[in-house]
Design a protein around this ligand. Structure first.
Ligand code: NAD
Length: 499
């Protein structure tokens, strides 16, 4: 396999860097704020984003509105075929797209090749097929013939976070487009590269121009999209504070809202767990994508009897992780997304030490020859208290907290004592306990003896302050459609006002 490099990634985006793609046309609007684009691996500026202002947002929404009637009337099987072709195209261009994802995010290339592109392609595949099999409900009410129809909402807006740019865009675009909606998508201003390529692939595979546009920009551009009167639905992947603001703005025009927000997920390791497997689970739950994952199980509750053994193995195996050049195929831990974010994560690490938690791994930044990015060593805190900021707050970095517990009831009570409710996990060999605890944990997703697997066939989303609505699985279809009830009287209609 050809090894992607920064140069090959830059070559792939030479023509599209920082542009918006509106109705299939690349534009560099001049009505919004400009942002520098930096490659997180070396911190160097590689271009700039021309942000979309109100007029550009209006043009993209107008194009989506114009494309809507024809796309909504396209038979589902034809819509599905467009998505299936796009899924294949993503797989054919996997090396190039994975390289662009690394340029955008600074994550290790092995992850981008293993997860990011495939997850986007799988999602297009899933909804491309699912839409052809959608059935409606018929109720036999005698002479009243009734059935329901799933109808598209209209113009939907997708707004993404920076940790999985291509995957997040596909997880919104695929169900929206499959169900006959059109979409205007805004990636994070920190990661503007890959979604433009996704838009061009979709249009090249037969999507009518206008049915999927990408506008670039930051919060102001997002706000203009959310306020736009012709938009019927907004799906955000982002922080809780942005979710609250979007919900407030969307209320003015009663737009539907899906919110995929932050988390501080618990991972419970019981005495009877397979320790090596639980250690793998804890690493998977904390250090993938430098810990910049919403569902990460950062509060690791370990039952006393195995806590020392578990912690020692976790520390030993974490020490083997290679922090390095994101484009090096052997790197396990890449660069933090930005200086600001690295500072925030290091601030939490310092706060953990100041609060008296025992830092048993990492806790430091790592300088790499020739790479000016910010690299933070996977960090493990032992003997944490539930009230420490490292335990209560979403850090969104490679920082794992170990909390010891005595019994199941205590573990579940402490695990649920958080405003968040995105995900949870547990490791045990006791199948009764597995189902009992999975039911008791307040989370939208619960993993048993694994963590952070997100097959597109299974709904994904949060509860409590982690948001609501679901992506993936057939459940996502509910969030992109209106349910219409049709009632046909097949017999005579009784005179309602007999004289
Ligand atoms: P963020 O909330 O700062 O930004 C998310 C997106 O919202 C960006 O595109 C941003 O430009 C836009 N935005 C900001 N203010 C806006 C406004 N007022 N109106 C409309 N749009 C606005 O989040 P981030 O820093 O990009 O991402 C990190 C957060 O995302 C973390 O909290 C993480 O947990 C969360 N996240 C959640 C999931 C999930 O599926 N639940 C997945 C990935 C990330």
């Amino acid at each position: 396999m050809r090894q992607p490099t920064k140069a090959s990634a830059l070559a792939a985006v030479r023509e599209t860097i920082g542009v918006s793609s509106i109705a299939g046309t690349r534009t560099r609007p001049s009505d919004g704020a400009e942002f520098e684009i930096r490659y997180p691996g070396d911190g160097c500026v590689i271009g700039s984003v021309a942000g979309a202002g109100d007029a550009t947002v209006d043009a993209a929404v107008g194009a989506a509105l114009g494309a809507f009637p024809r796309w909504a009337a396209t038979p589902p099987s034809d819509r599905g075929r467009v998505l299936l072709r796009a899924a294949n195209r993503l797989r054919e261009r996997k090396l190039e797209l994975a390289a662009v994802e690394v340029l955008d995010t600074g994550k290790p290339i092995r992850e981008a090749l293993e997860v990011d592109v495939d997850s986007a392609a799988d999602c297009l595949d899933f909804f491309g097929r699912a839409i052809t099999g959608l059935e409606s409900a018929h109720r036999d009410l005698g002479s009243l013939h009734t059935y329901t129809r799933r109808e598209p909402l209209g113009v939907c807006v997708g707004i993404g976070a920076w940790n999985y740019p291509l995957q997040i865009a596909a997880w919104k675009a695929a169900p929206a487009l499959a169900t006959g909606n059109t979409m205007v998508y805004k990636p994070s201003e920190l990661t503007p590269l890959s979604t433009v390529l996704l838009a061009e692939i979709l249009i090249d595979c037969g999507l009518p121009p206008g049915a999927f546009s990408v506008v670039q920009g930051g919060g102001e551009t997002g706000r203009a999209l959310v306020r736009h009167p012709d938009v019927r639905k907004v799906s955000l992947t982002g922080s809780v504070s942005t979710g609250i603001e979007i919900m407030r703005e969307a209320a003015a025009t009663l737009k539907r809202v899906t919110l995929e927000l932050g988390g501080k997920s618990p991972l419970i390791i019981f005495n009877d767990a397979d320790v090596e497997r639980a250690v793998s689970g804890a690493m998977l739950a904390n250090f993938y994508t430098q810990g910049e994952i919403c569902s990460n199980g950062t509060r690791v509750f370990v039952q006393h009897e195995i806590a020392d053994r578990f912690t020692q193995r976790l520390v030993d195996r974490t020490a083997m992780l290679r922090i390095g050049d994101p484009f090096d195929g052997t790197t396990h831990v890449g660069a933090m997304i930005s200086d600001n974010h690295a500072r925030k994560v290091m601030g939490y690490i310092d706060a953990g030490i100041a609060a008296g938690a025992e830092c048993v791994a990492g806790g430091v930044e790592v300088a790499l020859d020739g790479l000016g990015g910010r690299f933070i060593a996977p960090t493990i805190f032992d003997r944490c208290d539930d009230g420490m900021p490292i335990v209560t707050d979403e850090i969104f970095g490679p920082v794992l907290s170990i909390l010891r517990f005595d019994d199941e009831v205590e573990a579940v009570t402490r695990a649920n004592a958080t405003p968040y409710g995105l995900a949870a996990g547990l490791f045990t060999r006791d199948s009764g306990r597995a189902h009992r605890v999975a039911a008791a944990l307040e989370a939208g997703v619960c993993w048993v003896n694994t963590f952070n697997q997100t097959p597109v066939e299974v709904p994904f989303g949060g509860t409590k302050m982690s948001g609501f609505g679901r992506e993936n699985g057939l459940a996502a279809i509910d969030h992109y459609t209106e349910l219409k009830s049709v009632m046909v009287e097949t017999s005579t209609l009784k005179d309602p006002y007999p004289t």
